[in-house]
Each structure stands twice: as C-alpha cells, then as structure tokens.
Design a protein around this ligand. Structure first.
Ligand code: KE4
Length: 424
C-alpha cells in the first residue's frame, strides 16, 4: 500500500482555507471517501503525487489533455508566449489564429467568442439564444452538466450528481422556473415539452455524448430528433461540446454524428489545460452580441494569449492525419480487454471514442435514472484498488475516464490487469 501521508497532510492544510479542501467539489473524493491525492506534476499519461507516487492518469484534468500532460510543443508555445506578456486587455493575433483553427474543424461555428471556462461559454450561449429568439425557456437533460450557472443547476450531473444534489442551494426557485429538464435519450419527453410550451423554448442544450452522469452515448436517432424538433419549433439547438469537442473527432460530436447545431460551446482541449472556453455558431446569431448587437457578454481575460498559444499548439497536433484513428484503435483494444472482465449481470462498460465509464449496474445505461442505480460502493472499492496499483480513475461513478495519445499499449495492458484484480 503506497504511502499518501503528504497528500493527507496537504488535504488537512487545504481544508483550513478552502471549503472542503478543494477548489472544485469533485476533487474532494466525497463520493469515494478518503483523502484525495495532491498532484505535483504530469508527463505524458503519468502523474506524480506529493508523496512521489506515480499513477497512469485517466482523469487528465477532466478532458483537456488528449495529448497527455506537458506535451513538448504545448509547453514550448506557452513558454514563448508568456515571455512576451501574459495579458493585455486588447486583441492579439493569437486569438484569430486559434479561432480560425476551430472554425476550420467545426464549420457550424461561423463566428465565435472566447471566454474563460465552459460555464461561461454555456451561460453566454444561452443568454444569446434567449436574446435572439425572445423566448424564456431552455430545455436540458437530467444528468447532463453544463457548468454552474444558476438556472442550469437542475437535475445536473458531475459534481452535483456525485454529491447527490439534484439542485443547488442559493438558487431561488424563480431562477430555474424557465428551465425544463427531461430524461436523456427520451425524444418523447422532448416532444411533450415542446407541445406544452409551443414557441416558448429558446433552446435545447445537450451534451451530444453525455459524460457527466458517467458516459452515456446518444441512442440512434436521438440527436437527429433534437435537430428536427427544434427546427420545427423555431427553437435553437445547442451542442455543449466542452468535453466532446476535439475529443470524439476533430469536428467534435457534430462532426462524428453529422448534426449541425445552431450554437456550440467548447472548453478543455482548446486551451490545453489553461483556462479557456468558447461559444459560437450561426453568424446571424453571433452578430447579436455586443458590441454589434444587444446581447452583452464580456471578460477581462477572454482570449488570454497563453491559453490561445496552448490551444493552437494542441489543435495543430490533432489536425495531423491519422491522430484520431490511432487513438481510437488503441482505445478499442483497451476497451475489449476491459470488456472481457465485466460481468453483464453486474456491470456495464460504456465507451465512445477515447471516453469510458464502467458502471456497476447492468446496462445499457441510457439515462440518469439508470446511472443512479449503479452500486457506488462497488465503484468505490474498485477506485481505491486501482489507485493502490498506480491507476488514477475518476473519483466518482458520475464522471467519465479519458484516454489520450500518451497512454501506451503497455500501460493500458497493465491497467487492464489491475482492473482484473480489482474486479476479481
Ligand atoms: P467548466 O466551467 O468547469 O470549465 O466547464 C463546465 C462544463 C460545461 N459543459 C460540460 C459538458 C462539462 O463537462 C463541464 C465541466 N466538466 C466537469 C467534469 N465533468 C468539470 C470538473 C469540475 O467541475 O471540477
């Protein structure tokens, strides 16, 4: 059993100054118990904690590190940029460079704007949707998480699901009165919501591959149905691709599944681990933003040059021929190895591209209700067993795990063996 005494002391110290000892709830290991590891460095697929323990990392900062930690080209680009100044509050060339890379890969984003987080991107996109349509209601899906804007903390996934919080304190009922939440993958429920609110729903926002209740892919026809229902009602379709963007394909889930949303939100990968978010879409919508139009959104550090430089370096790598084929070929070998270990009567392994979740409930898991039936005590037991063998997975059943280019077949083979012992 590796010593994690320094992490434990660090957690005690942090708990004196941060609520729960962390700056984001899921990091506190509340749902798996125990004391979280404090990480010191990352290189490739491996992270090292403050006790010197090394782990093959599948959290990957919750998605940005599709290339692995500290990729040389990214570190070089950020170092070079930082030496010229960290932020100006003025436009820089780097913003346009990254925006053009994004638009080349995601053509539905005819215009876009950078912000500093996924939360900001989603909050801004929904304000724009309401401003452009003049409608009040927004429709989301149970178990999906779109950041922590007040009106979206309804049946949300990720840290709220982890904490068993269907909603959040501090959000007056009036703030969520125009938020409709229905089960994921349930087109009938969506149609019913539109029938009950004809011409009143500004937008449907969806994780095109849900990754915040554990990994729940869309059933065939679900995304196409959302596109049809919203178009028929004059409502907007927003793909929240903060996780899936540049993850499940260079063109994101919209490229993988061939659906063109009206607006898209991005984060994580496009900043290479530095704070960034983006939202964009139809030109006629985006041109309603200040300073052109009446919908306001702003940010001191939006388009931060170092984050732009990091994003550009990452997207240059991702655009190289064969990147996603190689990643998914490697991932599918690993998933097949895991698949041979699971007992369909007790587990379900759900994957999409380089994302996966092992649920401790028979599958398929198609929505939040089914995900919540998972045996989180079994999840916890396996989490700690893997951690003790040097494998860092998501410290919550209601999160996804991330593979990247840096995970080697040898590491993945060793990890599969650790799973075999943990599940044995
Ligand atoms: P941020 O504000 O955390 O950058 O992004 C919010 C967000 C928006 N949309 C989707 C689909 C997301 O997954 C997220 C944030 N993802 C979680 C992990 N599931 C962030 C981890 C955390 O909260 O610490």
């Amino acid at each position: 059993m590796p010593s994690r005494d320094r992490s434990a002391q660090a957690f005690r110290d942090a708990s004196d100054v941060f609520p729960g000892g962390v700056n984001s709830p899921v990091r506190a290991y509340k749902s798996v118990g125990g004391s979280p590891v404090f990480l010191k460095k990352g290189k490739g697929a491996v992270v090292t904690d403050v006790d010197g323990n090394r782990y093959v990392d599948f959290v990957q900062s919750w998605g940005p590190h599709i290339l692995g930690h500290s990729p040389p080209s990214v570190v070089r680009a950020v170092r070079q940029r930082l030496g010229q100044g960290t932020s100006f509050g003025a436009p820089t060339l780097e913003e346009t460079v990254l925006a053009r890379q994004i638009r080349d890969a995601v053509p539905s984003m005819e215009k876009l704007r950078f912000v500093n987080s996924g939360t900001e991107a989603v909050m801004s996109a929904l304000r724009l949707a309401r401003g452009a349509t003049g409608r009040k209601f927004v429709l989301k899906f149970d178990g999906c998480y779109h950041g922590h804007a007040d009106f979206l903390l309804v049946q949300a996934g990720s840290g709220l699901a982890t904490a068993g919080l269907p909603d959040s304190g501090g959000v007056p009922a009036e703030f969520t009165a125009f938020t409709i939440s229905v089960p994921y993958n349930d087109l009938a429920a969506v149609r019913q919501a539109f029938a009950s609110h004809p011409g009143q729903i500004a937008a449907v926002i969806v994780e095109p591959v849900a990754a915040n209740m554990g990994l729940v892919p869309p059933v065939p026809g679900f995304l196409e149905g959302l596109r049809d229902v919203t178009a028929a009602d004059g409502s907007l379709l927003i793909f929240d691709e903060v996780i899936t963007g540049f993850r499940v394909a260079l063109g994101g889930a919209q490229g993988r599944f061939g659906i063109r949303p009206d607006l898209t939100t991005l984060g994580k990968i496009i900043g290479g681990g530095l704070p960034v978010g983006a939202y964009g879409g139809r030109r006629d919508l985006m041109d309603q933003l200040a300073p052109l139009g009446p919908v306001y959104q702003a940010g001191t550090l939006s388009g931060n040059p170092a984050a732009m430089a990091a994003g550009t370096a990452v997207l240059k790598e991702l655009a190289k021929p064969g990147f996603y084929d190689r990643l998914e070929d490697k991932a599918s070998v690993y998933f097949q190895a895991l698949g041979r270990l699971v007992d369909p009567a007790r587990h379900s392994l759900q994957t999409c591209a380089s994302l996966y979740t092992l649920f401790f409930t028979p599958g398929p898991v198609r929505d939040f209700g089914q995900a919540k039936a998972s045996d989180t005590q079994q999840y916890t037991r396996v989490f700690w067993s893997l951690l003790d063998e040097g494998v860092l997975t998501a410290p919550s059943q209601f999160e996804a795990n991330f593979l990247g280019a840096a995970h080697t077949p040898q590491q993945l083979n060793r990890v599969a063996q650790a799973y075999a012992r943990a599940l044995g």
